[in-house]
Design a protein around this ligand. Structure first.
Ligand code: CO
Length: 669
């Protein structure tokens, strides 16, 4: 296990991966100010922990306490990235970023005022019969990069409008189609308004509060999760121990939920599995060709900041059971810290059966219930909600489940139009453009140490012949991914494709290298053409797996500053080095894709859609590591002979049911 290191100031004992405190964020802003870095009109986009050297963390060596900062000077339209030493009280580096912009900051709120005061925009709304703009909702979108003159030399947002009778209405029900206001956030002015033609504003409201939808169903009885003796986890700061699992967690302003130093206790020692795992970037490319929607590509991590937009969760609503919450600390544009209460939720869930076997001769059933630890956060980015749920299982399995919900991105359509090439009608005069959600997860594996190798594992039929006389045979094919240039891979369900990370120097009792398997879920890569702007900026979305050699500076699949970036940064740049990957410190980057062709049932608020992947031990353990999970306390569940209960019918399905068909041991398995 990682030792707690003294900070070099000696003032406090703080683990090197503990997120920055409110005091440390304030102190960072002070150091920037006294170092002259906030002169001009500087907005600080984020202040976060500058993560220390991995080797030093793993060896428990003292590390400097540093903050990583991104900022923009609005007067000169200059983007900066800096590192501030909290120990030495100085600015270690202050670098000008020449391509890309900081993620949107709180100053995007100014856009609403500017747009509503702009005569050209007001005229465009008046043409659509909207003269009272007070309650109009303004959404700010990052502009992308399309080589337009208007994109040069500024920090741009595209503002879209939605008609509401009052604040709290679901504005997406009534979009102002074909009007885009372009605002330069640096100069604080509307630089252009585009109007692509009037489409009537839909009249049907789509609120989903109780008053709007009518009576709730009345036949739902309470379901309470009670843990009389409390939860089974222990928490120390941001360190968590749950049964044999241990890890650290934090909320990163860009990446959202991050887990660090994930290990599993086995035969008396903690065995490392992952050093760090988080969303590295995500993009939502839209497939519509109209000038109102064709440019929409939301990079909700690097452009918007997932952590900055994390929800404050509520007990009994967002999470059920005995909950431990972690707060997150973010910063405002002047560097002032602000605390988001209950940003990360952690609790245990019953997850059905962990394992079971019924022995029909002895009529003995062995069964264990599965308990999983859930660590999650939910982020609201405009119309959409994204939940990121890490599940830790007792058999050494780790799972990431992304939950997609919220309100569809929609367009107003002419009355009577029902068929569209690139969208689906979801309500009268309202269609939802086809789109994808592509999430890239950076998974820094350290399986029993940092030197690991990655194999692509396919299962393939053998051609009939001498080696396959009956034609029934199939084989597992393992291919080493030995260089970065060969390690940008696609999922292939027809081959049951998985990827396996192994430590070639450590073997289990069977002599197999210890490993973990990355099992993709349902998936699709980017559908936009490779020469499209979005494919160049979010190349990560064109492959399901990328593998790179570890470099602490390589954290983001589309680069550190994807906002208004022309493209090519991130993974396509990283792999140009074509580093060797065998028996090295490797990082896997897994793209999880959801293609969203909307349904009427997704309106007016979308039932949760799921996506994700699983990390399964594959020879990491010598046998099922969950054999020692005790039976449940309930009298009915302890190991017993099914005969104890007399086959009275109540337990007739206790076993595999074979006693009813008269074919016990009939060999049909
Ligand atoms: Co969607």
């Amino acid at each position: 296990m990682v030792n707690v290191a003294e900070s070099s100031s000696g003032a406090a004992t703080v683990h090197p991966l503990e997120p920055l405190s409110e005091a440390e964020i304030s102190r960072t802003a002070e150091i920037l100010g006294s170092g002259g870095r906030l002169e001009g009109d500087v907005a600080i986009a984020y202040i976060t922990l500058h993560e220390p050297d991995k080797d030093a963390v793993l060896e428990g060596r003292p590390v400097p306490r540093e903050a990583l900062v991104a900022a923009v000077d609005r007067l000169t339209a200059t983007t900066y990235r800096g590192v501030v030493s909290l120990d030495e009280g100085n600015v270690q580096s202050w670098e000008v970023i020449t391509e890309g912009q900081v993620p949107v900051t709180a100053d995007a709120m100014r856009a609403e005022k500017l747009v509503k005061a702009h005569q050209g925009w007001r005229d465009a709304l008046a043409k659509r019969g909207v003269t009272d703009v007070e309650n109009v909702q303004i959404d700010t979108w990052m502009p992308g990069h399309f080589g337009l003159d208007i994109e040069e030399g500024n920090r741009l947002v595209r503002c879209l409008a939605y008609v509401r009778d009052q604040v709290g209405d679901n504005g997406y029900a009534r979009p102002v189609e074909n009007v885009i206001a372009f605002v330069d956030l640096n100069r604080g002015e509307v630089v252009d308004v585009h109007d692509y033609g009037v489409v009537p504003i839909p009249s049907e409201k789509a609120n989903f509060d109780e008053a709007s939808i009518g009576e709730h169903r009345t036949d739902l009885k309470p379901l309470d999760i009670v843990q009389h003796e409390g939860p089974s986890f222990e928490v120390d700061g941001h360190f968590v121990k749950w049964q044999k699992w241990s890890f650290r967690l934090s909320m990163h302003p860009i990446e959202g939920l991050v887990i660090h130093t994930v290990g599993y206790e086995d035969q008396g020692r903690v065995r490392p599995i992952l050093y760090r795992a988080a969303v590295s970037e995500m993009v939502v490319p839209y497939g519509d060709t109209s000038p109102m929607h064709s440019w929409k590509n939301a990079f909700d991590a690097g452009e918007a900041g997932l952590g900055r937009l994390v929800n404050s969760l509520e007990l009994g609503c967002d999470c059920l059971g005995t909950i431990h919450y972690f707060d997150a600390v973010m910063n405002g544009p002047n560097g002032q810290p602000h605390r988001i209460k209950n940003a990360i939720c952690m609790h245990e869930e019953d997850y059905g059966i962990l394992w079971k076997h019924y022995d029909s001769d002895s009529q003995q059933a062995h069964v264990r219930r599965s308990r999983r630890l859930v660590v999650s956060s939910i982020h609201t980015i405009g119309n959409y909600e994204y939940g990121f749920f890490w599940y830790f299982y007792q058999d050494g399995t780790l799972q990431m489940e992304v939950k997609l919900t919220g309100v569809l991105q929609v367009q107003a359509t002419h009355p009577g139009e029902t068929e569209f090439d690139h969208s689906v009608l979801v309500a009268p005069q309202l269609a939802a453009p086809h789109h994808q959600h592509l999430f890239n997860f950076r998974l820094d594996f350290d399986i029993d140490g940092t030197a690991n190798s990655v194999y692509e594992v396919d299962v393939e039929p053998l051609p009939p012949g001498d080696k396959n006389p009956l034609g029934n045979a199939f084989v597992q094919q393992e291919t080493l991914l030995d260089r970065e240039s060969d390690a940008a891979r696609l999922h292939d369900q027809t081959r049951n494709r998985t990827w396996k990370v192994v430590n070639p120097s450590v073997t289990n009792r069977l002599g197999q290298p210890v490993g973990y398997r990355l099992v993709p879920g349902a998936n699709q890569v980017m559908l936009a053409h490779s020469e499209s702007a979005v494919a160049k900026r979010a190349t990560f979305g064109t492959r399901n797996l990328w593998v790179t050699h570890y470099d602490p500076a390589e954290l983001h699949a589309a680069g550190d500053f994807p906002n208004q970036h022309p493209g090519g940064d991130g993974l396509p740049r990283y792999i140009q080095q074509d580093r060797p990957l065998e028996n090295q410190d490797v990082v896997l980057w897994h793209t999880v894709g959801v293609t969203h062709i909307a349904r009427p049932e997704d309106w007016p608020v979308m039932p949760v859609e799921y996506a994700g992947f699983t990390l399964k031990p594959a020879g990491f353990f010598d046998r099922n590591p969950a054999l020692d999970v005790p039976p449940s306390h309930s009298d009915h569940c302890v190991d017993h002979s099914a005969g104890d209960h007399g086959h009275d019918g109540h337990h007739g399905h206790h076993g595999n049911g074979h006693e009813h068909d008269g074919h016990e041991h009939d060999g049909q398995h």
